[in-house]
Design a protein around this ligand. Structure first.
Ligand SMILES: [Zn+2]
Length: 331
């Protein structure tokens, strides 16, 4: 949204807003609506994507009054939610189309093993489109609230013609990270690496192992700006392979500089494509086989634009104690 209202009633355009001058409290521009708004500065995006201009966003779309006239997208969202609630009530399958631009290369080496190739075999489904992470979180909340686990189990996320169950799409525990890692290693094993040759074919050789996009809760680590690579580092995940051996899964969000500044020290929700460098994944595999007690592995979360992350207002949950468990590759 382009406009928001200050507590004193003044209405501002997004490019006029300055936090130091106007304060952090922002409300919906409609004087009768007291929905809370957030602000996102102008941000460049990777590759050929356009500049995303400064804008205000709803912290929770549901806070807007039914006839709010400031939220230009509210009517469309309300319609989507209504059809979603209707579908849940009828026990239909739900497909959330992920209409977000992500880094290239998805279909090349993505985890074909975990993805269904199309939604055509899912009959009697209702589809909704998520254009950004707020849409996605909003749909998940609605599905959970109105239909519980049963509705969640009937929901799949569709991206570029491949779908994944909602529960696999959300990475919110160590076990989910473990499953993801196993899936990526299975992909690596089943993808023959092209032998290096001179000539144009060389550029097609596989440099990374990737997988279906995921929704993760990312905790940006304080102070990583000083690091050599200037990557946005997240809290590492410890995965125990067996007693006396663990994998330290380093989290790294590959984002634009501006997002790195914004995210410093914050907890955010992120939609991103996970990726491992081929050489690094091989090296870690070898170190595991050699029984190294600690094996580091760098997970890259490929983030393209501001539509793919959003601040998380909730306090961080306490970490559950680690329990060694056997995955498909024993990790
Ligand atoms: Zn409103």
């Amino acid at each position: 949204m382009k406009k928001a209202r200050l507590p004193d009633g003044q209405v501002l355009l997004a490019h006029q807003y300055k936090k130091d001058e106007h304060g952090a409290e922002l409300l919906c521009a409609d004087p009768d609506c007291n929905a809370h708004m957030g602000f996102r500065r102008e941000a460049l995006t990777h590759g050929s994507l356009a500049l995303k201009s400064a804008h205000f966003f709803s912290k929770s779309v549901k806070e807007h009054i039914t006839d709010c006239n400031a939220h230009e997208e509210l009517a469309i969202q309300a319609k989507h939610r209504k059809s979603l609630v209707q579908a849940i009530r009828e026990g239909k399958n739900i497909v959330i189309n992920l209409n977000v631009r992500l880094m290239e290369n998805f279909n090349g080496v993505a985890g074909a093993l975990v993805c269904q190739s199309s939604t055509n075999d899912v009959r009697d489904y209702a589809a909704v489109g998520a254009r950004n992470i707020e849409d996605m979180l909003d749909y998940i909340e609605t599905i959970t609230e109105k239909g519980g686990d049963a509705a969640r189990a009937k929901t799949r996320v569709n991206y570029q013609g491949k779908t994944l169950p909602l529960e696999d799409f959300i990475i919110d525990s160590k076990d989910k990270f473990r499953t993801l890692l196993n899936s990526m290693y299975l992909t690596m094993q089943s993808t023959p690496r092209q032998i290096k040759q001179h000539g144009p074919d060389n550029i097609h050789s596989v440099q990374e192992i990737t997988d279906f996009p995921r929704l993760i809760r990312f905790s940006a680590t304080e102070g990583s700006r000083e690091g050599r690579t200037k990557a946005l580092r997240g809290t590492p995940i410890n995965i125990f392979k067996k007693p006396g051996q663990r994998i330290v899964l380093l989290q790294r969000a590959d984002t634009d500089d501006k997002f790195r500044q914004t995210l410093r020290g914050e907890v955010v929700h992120l939609i991103a494509r996970p990726s491992l460098h081929w050489h690094e994944a091989q090296r870690a595999r070898r170190e595991l086989d050699e029984n190294n007690p600690v094996v580091f592995l760098d997970m890259h979360w490929k983030v393209v634009s501001a539509t793919q992350f959003t601040p998380d207002e909730k306090p961080a949950p306490k970490n559950a104690p680690d329990k060694p468990k056997q995955g498909s590759l024993g990790i």
